[in-house]
Design a binder for this molecule. Sequence first.
Ligand SMILES: *Cc1c(COP(=O)(O)O)cnc(C)c1O
Length: 407
Amino acid sequence: MRRRDAIRSLAVLPVAGVAAGTVLPLGSLLASPATPPTPKRNLFKELGIRTFINAAGTYTFMSGCLMHEEVVDAIRSTAHEFAMIDEVQDKVGEKIAAMCHAEAATVTAGCWSALVLGTAGVLTGTDLKKVAKLPDLEGMKSEVIVQKAHNQGYVHAVTNTGVKIIEIETSAELEKAVNQNTAMMWFLNYAGPNGKIPDTEWVALGKKHNIPTMIDMAADATPVENMWKFNDMGFDLVCVSGGKGIRGPQSAGILMGKKDLIAAARLNSPPRGGNIGRGMKVNKEEILGMYVALEKFINLDHSKQWKIWEDRIAIMESAARKINGVTTTVSVPPVANRTPTLNIAWDINRVKVTKEEFQERLRKGEPSIEVMGGKDNSITITSWNLEPGQEKMVAKRLKEEFGKASG
Ligand SMILES: *Cc1c(COP(=O)(O)O)cnc(C)c1O
């Protein structure tokens, strides 16, 4: 609507409101019922991008999670004004720290960047000369101790800072590995059950040797107690993803822990430049969105939420198990992605389809659905990324495709 038209529409406003002294902000005039709604662009359609029902899980390559509506509102409502990034981080950090029993916290560009920046802070402290030097470790400690079972993929975030990983298996080996170059001890939560040293002992060993400990609990938002459990346990730094179970912005995460280490990590982070973290920028909207997401997540009725997830799983399970040759199990992973998880397996002699073909048929169907491939002839399904009602569509499609393959 052009301005002239907006002003003309004033004429049709009820006079009573004005007489009663109601002040109508210009925004409300522009949004008056006379304004034809602007058609919303559908960028997915415009660009031909496939959207789908995510019955797989909070996978990064599938865009993680859908943000809670409150988070989208936080992003939209903070997009129209400027604020100093440090002030946004200070205020949000205080709130997050309080919610999670940490001394301090900062929003990072995902859990991965929390790992990099936290490690950087351990190495440099608040020495700006060291901050400028990293990943050249001259004058700094250079080794991080990691259990063999934990030494995989995500450890690359730690080695980004230039440190060397010292792999150990037992606490006796750890005692031997500790020396004046040991900067940190890193723990990967989902690898916990496969390692010889459990989290509590890891923390105790760190304290005994006065070495900071860090935990990567990226995909361990559930159960919600995990949000403070590792701070309470005594880890010096805790790293978590914002865009998985918490349903915050996918490119946000949280680094929390000891005050001095968070302050040091922030010296290695944007908005400051000339440091290792300059490329890990988070905009003010997502910093605030992360805060709102965490608050919403912590205040959820988690037992009700769990029941919803279970009920959805039951609907999909009962549709699949009606087919001869199909067997189903529901379990909850011991660590990481703790949510009811449905495994559907089939006898390939009776249900004649490979898991890849089956996934492709769901993907190409209407609506498009993503599930994960499991072991042998099986798929796995979770329900925490489903929108209400989508479990019925998934159930219907499972029944159709299993029916066809066994018919
Ligand atoms: C997802 C994940 C990360 C990376 O987290 P982002 O939030 O995507 O940066 C790191 N570690 C583990 C164990 C993860 O599952």
